[in-house]
Write a protein that binds this ligand. Structure first.
Ligand code: NAD
Ligand code: TDX
Length: 351
């Protein structure tokens, strides 16, 4: 039996990775390690919480002593590291929490795995540390012909992407220096069920439902490359099992959208779903002050993972967006819970 620690498993992407691994690999023991910050939510995992191969551990990756003790006790074979502070706007108001979790937390986790594995009878043999990262480390594209490749130089522009870039460098440095068995991926913007409504798509869905203004930053011309979250989880499964150690894989959907076009598409899907006249929701669109240092365009070239590992996205964007809207409409209680309490204060301060 293999034991795999998945960090950040109660978050948006982590919950889909946990679900996939718990259901697809009943022979693995999956340990979900999560601090349950504002973004962590065990309601994302109610369908698998009683599975015999699943355990939840509440813990903070900035606590090195806790991690060392946990790793000594459970002796994991693999780590899939997703825990992070993940929202760019929050990194602008509170960069230090991003340094602590994303940089210090990642180094703590590398140390815990290194110390546990190097003392084990088989050393690094059969072990794997997988670091999940973002396309934002590559910076902002200005030439429409250009894409981010695995070889593109790092050029992070926000405190969030700087912290993720630093963590990526540490993971590669541990691979090079201590010969740790590491593998990395950098993915484009995800969307889908369990997405926290501070991010563009779920925030717009929630505001359309509640007839609130739809805040589009700047002129709405910034471009993002969107991938359905379950397809990211499938890519993580593929890389964890078949990726070459020491390598990095870019993950994306070849699916670029200007923010304003995406918001219009969402408005029209929501009008149809809510039985409103076409054009009703679009009247809520409001242009607001741009995000400081707002990256213009992200676009991933995912050829390497497609050609070398045979992964490809399973859903077209319109289909994925419909599924996402349906999920939010069917899970009103989930949305009500996460938009009450601290979210109200965040929203008032932010918009
Ligand atoms: P999220 O904010 O939804 O979830 C993060 C999870 O990490 C939460 O469950 C939270 O409780 C946990 N966490 C935060 N600080 C912690 C700490 N100190 N100790 C333990 N747990 C802690 O994030 P997400 O959108 O699911 O992103 C997951 C990972 O994927 C991140 O590393 C992010 O950088 C990366 N990523 C995200 C996207 C995206 O579009 N959301 C795209 C590419 C890469
Ligand atoms: O209210 C909004 N209005 C708006 O115009 C919000 C929340 C966002 N935006 C814009 C900013 C971006 O151009 O929409 C775009 C998407 O914004 P976010 O959903 O905040 O995502 P982004 O900043 O692109 O980062 C996301 O993708 C990469 C994730 O949050 C990161 O964790 C991931 O690494």
């Amino acid at each position: 039996m293999k034991t795999i620690v998945i960090t950040g498993g109660a978050g948006f992407i982590g919950s889909h990775v946990v679900r996939l691994f718990v259901t697809k690999y009943p022979e693995y023991r999956i340990v979900n390690l999560d601090k349950l910050t504002y973004a962590g939510n065990l309601a994302n995992l109610t369908d698998i919480e009683h599975a015999p191969n699943y355990t939840f551990v509440k813990g903070d990756i900035t606590d090195a002593a806790f991690l060392d003790a946990m790793f000594a006790e459970i002796q994991p074979d693999g780590v899939i590291h997703l825990a992070a502070e993940s929202h760019v706007d929050r990194s602008i108001t509170d960069p230090m929490s991003f340094v602590m979790t994303n940089v210090v937390g990642t180094v703590n986790l590398l140390n815990a795995a290194k110390n546990c594995w190097k003392d084990s009878p088989t050393g690094f043999e059969g072990k794997r540390f997988y670091h999940v990262s973002t396309d934002e480390v590559y910076g902002s594209l200005h030439n429409p012909e250009e894409f981010f490749l695995e070889t593109t130089s790092y050029d992070p522009q926000s405190p969030y992407s700087a912290s993720k870039a630093a963590s990526d460098h540490f993971v590669r440095a541990y691979g090079n220096t201590y010969k740790m068995p590491v593998v990395l991926s950098n993915c484009s913007n995800n969307y889908g069920p369990n997405h926290f409504p501070e991010k563009l798509i779920p925030l717009m869905i929630h505001n359309i439902q509640t007839n609130k203004p739809l805040p589009v930053y700047g002129k709405g011309e910034n471009v993002r490359d969107w991938l359905y979250v379950v397809d990211h989880a499938r890519a993580i499964d593929t890389i964890f099992h078949n990726g070459t150690l020491g390598e990095t894989y870019n993950i994306g959907g070849f699916n670029e959208w200007k923010n304003i076009d995406l918001v219009h598409l969402l408005c029209s899907i929501m009008d149809r779903k809510l039985g409103r006249e076409e054009g009703t929701s679009a009247k809520l669109i409001t242009y607001v002050t741009d995000r400081a240092g707002h990256d213009l365009r992200y676009a991933i070239d995912a050829s390497k993972i497609m050609n070398e590992l045979g992964w490809k996205p399973s859903l077209q964007f319109e289909e994925g967006l419909e599924k996402t809207v349906d999920w939010f409409l069917a899970n009103q209680e989930w949305l009500d819970n996460v938009t009450s309490g601290n979210y109200q204060k965040y929203y008032e301060d932010m918009y």
